[in-house]
Design a protein around this ligand. Sequence first.
Ligand SMILES: [Zn+2]
Length: 331
Amino acid sequence: MSRLRLTVDLQRLGRQSGDLMVPWSDNYNPLGRYPVPVITLAGAPGPVVLILGGVHGDEFEGPSAIMRLVRYLKPEDLRGRLIMMPCANAAAFSASSRCSPLDDSNLNRAFPGDPDGSPTAMIADWLQSWMIPQCDAVIDLHSGGKASVFVPCSLPQAGINPALDDANMALATAMGLPVIWQLGAQNDDRSVNAACARAGVPCVAAELGGGGGVDPMITDMAEAGLRRVLHHLGVLGSALPLPEGANGARVVVFDPADHVMAPARGLFDRRCRAGDRVAQGDLAGWLHFPEEPARDAMPLHFPQSGLVLAHTARGLIDRAEMLALVARDVV
Ligand SMILES: [Zn+2]
């Protein structure tokens, strides 16, 4: 039984805003609750759709796109019910941090959660046990955060069962981002995608840029993608066409050895961008050692041909950091 309480009534029509109240007694807030904002828009009878942003608190494009829907959509425009949580791990969001400062936890590694656990574990449990099972679809918007930058891509999970695999792929295709990154059955089972798979609820996640800021073109893509998914689900009547280049590649992350990892601490002089097509042996960048001025720079090459899904947003990097994430085409 969850200890969390919603201050909005999910059955009520119209627009509501309130909070999911998370009880957590600490030095700052010994008797209070930490609020997680929730906005609901409910119109004519139809599907229930949960839209999550800020599962990681340093990813801002998704929350921006959600807040545009909050601003522009009216309940009377909808056939169905939208439940929007633009900063799902609100304590992490208020700290602009991937993980929550309350418990140092990553919500997308916290499922199925724990009703008696830390704040992040309690939010995961509430989503897994109570919220997600009531939904007809879930959309979970991410980006690279402060640490990395992704080519905009939708992430459907496959390998669950044929009907759910197809429903997930249909959501991803409707989103219409440049790349579909297909998650295999080996996807981390502590994620939102995995929580939805366990509940039998269709889900698509997205990666939308990153670097800890908001790119206007990517936020436009995210907003249009949300509207197309809501049209696909029958919630919104008006259709938006797919843009040129939508769903232009369908890829999987195949082998950890495909990626460019940092062999040493140094300054990464990057020579690639997210979305680049690369061939095995191409230059990914140079590693400079400004702290060791006599040491020669080291070239770093791509170990595998493919699509650069993401690169680090950092200049100074540590040994074993991921510098470029390389995906292979689905064949
Ligand atoms: Zn994320």
